[in-house]
Design a protein around this ligand. Structure first.
Ligand SMILES: [Zn+2]
Length: 455
């Protein structure tokens, strides 16, 4: 039985969300009889519009599924969440539509998770149809083994490697399989790839660990809430995303950090979507650079800098947020290119998930426009207190800016492809950081701050 020619469903659930229910998840119960091996779910609703945060006037309804093990925070019963990307999905004992988890279909009370992200003026009338054992065959997934590419890029300083930290596949709203994404990262010359599908970890198994000629895979998740997104890397579980308020979000961020994950606020800029949880702390880093610089990253930089100026120490990192490798909506999303931007990390002679996470956590890193973009190394001058030394590679002609919290920026034009320079840091500065800017004002590279006590 193909999913297109299904008989009448075994169960129909329906209801209505008014404007007052916007951004509040509902858990709709249904009972699964004993002895079943497959569940197929299809849902629909009126006035459907895309999840793009710039669109309004209609409805966007997200969907997910919990099995009989329950809906509690961190429940093992979480079988997946597909946002508004998939209008139908199947969970079988032996396979499942990505990002859902295959496995036993136990009898008991299950819940469809419905999230009215947007509710239009007429409200949202929704319908969920459920089939038990419709006999849908497993789709034939393309078999493709990534082999690893040999790419010639400008070399980094000894002990430094480069990667991208943010991408999406068919396990959320991307158009590619994990192995295709990893192959593409390899073709871009990246040493590591952070894999961050929305509210799922199913993609991590599909990726495997990488390495052996492919980029190292940093297992991650983009925790996607209705008031902002945050990435966690170095975690293999889902994190609570259903409570869009600052208190709940901070509690979850702290729990993720406590568990050993590196946590970053994603794209705090208009249409990022932005970060609405003011005053939340407990994370390690800010994704100051998401996609090409010109896409509103100035706002993210201002957000980060305002935290630094208040003495709050967060590292900088970047991610391309790549969704499409196969050209869908390419005109609208000209941004999608792995390594735009690229984050460089210092790992010494040990390249592993653990050393990469440690470098990100401690801010032993910088961000640059691409895998072959200018490299910008900033460190305290070991020979002289109150001074920093900077090396710029492949940045000739750009403007190097040195910024502190106490004095106006100092700027110099970079000369040559390997340029070393030292600066005296103004007295009383809490930190100093560097950035490289093109003649037309576009940021090309950004360092982490060096804090006062290291100067
Ligand atoms: Zn996001």
């Amino acid at each position: 039985m193909s999913a297109e020619k299904l008989p009448k469903s075994d169960l129909v659930l329906h209801g209505h969300f008014g404007k007052d229910h916007e951004r509040r998840y509902a858990h709709v119960p249904f009972d699964v009889p004993a002895g079943r091996r497959q569940i197929h779910i299809r849902y629909s609703y009126n006035d459907q519009i895309d999840s793009d945060p710039t669109l309004g006037g209609g409805n966007t309804l997200d969907v997910g599924l919990f099995d009989e093990r329950g809906i509690a925070e961190s429940s093992p019963g979480f079988r997946g969440w597909s946002g508004s990307e998939k209008m139908a999905f199947t969970i079988d004992e032996t396979w499942a539509t990505p990002p859902y988890r295959k496995g036993k279909i136990e009898a008991g009370r299950w819940h469809v998770l419905l999230g009215p992200y947007k509710v239009g003026p007429r409200g949202c009338d929704w319908k969920v149809e459920i089939w038990f054992d419709p006999g849908i065959p497993a789709p034939k997934y393309p078999y493709f083994a990534g082999v690893g590419h040999v790419v010639s890029l400008p070399s980094a300083r000894a002990g430094w490697i480069r990667g991208d930290l943010h991408c999406h596949t068919l396990y959320s709203d991307g158009d590619s399989w994990p192995i295709e994404m990893l192959d593409s990262a390899s073709a871009a010359g990246l040493d590591f790839l952070g894999v961050t599908d929305h509210n799922n970890v199913g993609h991590q198994l599909a990726y495997g660990p990488g390495g052996n000629g492919l980029p190292i895979v940093i297992p991650g998740i983009e925790v996607t809430t209705y008031g902002g997104h945050w990435n966690a890397w170095g975690t293999d579980r889902w994190w609570e995303f259903r409570e869009p308020n600052a208190k709940a979000v901070e509690r979850t961020i702290r729990a993720a950090a406590e568990s050993g994950a590196v946590v970053s606020i994603c794209h705090p800029k208009p249409f990022g979507p932005p970060w609405e949880y003011e005053g939340v702390s407990g994370f390690h880093a800010v994704e100051v650079w998401n996609g090409p610089w010109a896409q509103q990253n100035v706002a993210s930089l201002a957000f980060w800098e305002s935290l630094l100026r208040r003495g709050q120490r967060y590292a900088v990192l970047g991610g391309s947020d790549t969704h499409y490798l196969h050209g869908r909506d390419l005109a609208a999303r000209d941004a999608d290119l792995l390594g735009t931007p690229t984050t460089w990390v210092h790992v010494g002679d040990r390249r592993s998930v653990a050393t990469i996470l440690e470098a990100l956590r401690l801010g032993r890193s910088f961000v640059s426009e691409s895998p072959r973009g200018p490299q910008l190394y900033l460190e305290a001058d070991r020979g002289r207190a109150g001074r920093v030394s900077i090396q710029v590679r492949d940045g000739a002609g750009a403007r190097l800016e040195l910024l502190t919290d106490v004095a106006p920026p100092v700027a110099r034009v970079v000369v040559g492809d390997a340029w070393d320079v030292a600066f005296d840091v103004p007295g009383g500065a809490g930190y100093v950081r560097a950035q490289l800017v093109s003649a037309d004002g576009v940021v090309r590279a950004l360092t982490n701050p060096v804090w006062a006590e290291h100067l």
